[in-house]
Structure formats: structure tokens, C-alpha cells
Design a binder for this molecule. Structure first.
Ligand code: SF4
Length: 76
């Protein structure tokens, strides 16, 4: 799963319980991620994705609202 995502151009943001993967070329800029939880997803910060800033369930909840598939997760 992880190697496939990286091969497809996703960048990895590692967390303790869950890793987040983002592919900027797929993103349609709906903003659901940053509106969903700005502790996890914040474009004013680098890195803009911090998976450890919420419970893994919350990371999954927000990523499941991404309409494009630009965000993926892999639980440990
Ligand atoms: S929710 Fe998905 S498509 Fe929308 S801005 Fe975030 S990453 Fe891009």
C-alpha cells in the first residue's frame, strides 16, 4: 500500500498511529481537509500535515471527506 502510494506520487507524513499520504496533483482544492481539522491540516504551517495532532480516528474521519483521493492514510 505505502510503496504503491509513493510510486503514484504521494508524499508521506508520518505519525505514531497513522501515516497520511498526500498527492498534490490529484487535489481539487475543495478545502474539506483544512476545514475538517486545522490542527491536522494547516496550509500556513510546514509540514502542513501533522497526523499526531489528533486521534487516528479523527485523521481517518477527515480524510474520508476528501472528494478527490488526494489524501490517503495507512494505520499502523
Ligand atoms: S480535501 Fe482533498 S481535495 Fe480537498 S483540499 Fe484537501 S486534499 Fe485537496
Amino acid at each position: 500500500m505505502e510503496s504503491e502510494l509513493l510510486a503514484q506520487g504521494y508524499r508521506k507524513y508520518s505519525g505514531e498511529a497513522i501515516d497520511v499520504f498526500f498527492n498534490t496533483s490529484i487535489c481539487v482544492h475543495s478545502g474539506n481537509c483544512v476545514r475538517g481539522n486545522k490542527e491536522i491540516f494547516n496550509l500556513d504551517r510546514r509540514p502542513w500535515v501533522l497526523p499526531d495532532n489528533a486521534e487516528a480516528q479523527e485523521v481517518m474521519r477527515v480524510i474520508n471527506t476528501c472528494p478527490s483521493g488526494a489524501l490517503k492514510y495507512v494505520q499502523h
